[in-house]
Design a protein around this ligand. Structure first.
Ligand code: FES
Ligand code: FES
Length: 172
């Protein structure tokens, strides 16, 4: 008992994946180790940094706080599902244009949290962006460029009515 594997099925970046996992496997580890989607980062062991943030059924969640079995049957979007070189999602485009990153370690989680925020509130104020992203920690930027990037992304997304583009590639 305890370590018996269980079957899970998720739709991740548009691709259905089935796997056997131990019941204790965290979603963050499943995404990185089982599915090889290493854009989702792990930056702490205290559920504080937010580098592991992904969308689960459209909600931004810290994937280190969820067991994989809790995500069974869910639709998950990781940073790899946002866009790719030559076809960037407006959030990625905006972080690039507005210098919303330095080392980039926090960036996948920050962008996924920001996409989740804009799905709830397509036209947030600076203060609402700061509040919406308070669960993700950036050690480099001082946050102002991140706020600028998210505001720009919000504008681009309103203009284009862009939704999260699922362009994830088959990885397994
Ligand atoms: S790895 Fe830090 S909150 Fe998940
Ligand atoms: S860009 Fe380095 S931690 Fe955010």
């Amino acid at each position: 008992m305890g370590n018996e594997k269980v079957n899970v099925t998720v739709k991740i970046n548009g691709n259905e994946k089935r796997a056997e996992v131990e019941p204790r496997t965290l979603l963050a580890h499943f995404i990185r180790d089982n599915l090889g989607l290493t854009g989702t980062h792990i930056g702490c062991d205290t559920s504080q940094c937010g580098a592991c943030t992904v969308l689960v059924d459209g909600q931004a969640v810290k994937s280190c706080t969820l067991l994989t079995v809790q995500a069974d049957g869910s639709e998950i979007t990781t940073v790899e599902g946002l866009g790719q070189v030559g076809n960037l999602h407006p959030m990625q485009q905006s972080f690039w244009e507005k210098h919303g990153l330095q080392c980039g370690y926090c960036t996948p989680g920050v962008m996924m949290a920001a996409v989740g925020l804009l799905q709830q509130n397509p036209n947030p104020s600076d203060e609402e962006i700061r509040e919406g992203l308070e669960g993700v920690i950036c050690r480099c930027t001082g946050y102002q460029f991140i706020v600028d990037a998210v505001k720009h992304a919000a504008q681009l997304m309103r203009e284009t009515e862009a939704e999260v583009q699922l362009v994830g590639e088959e990885r397994l």
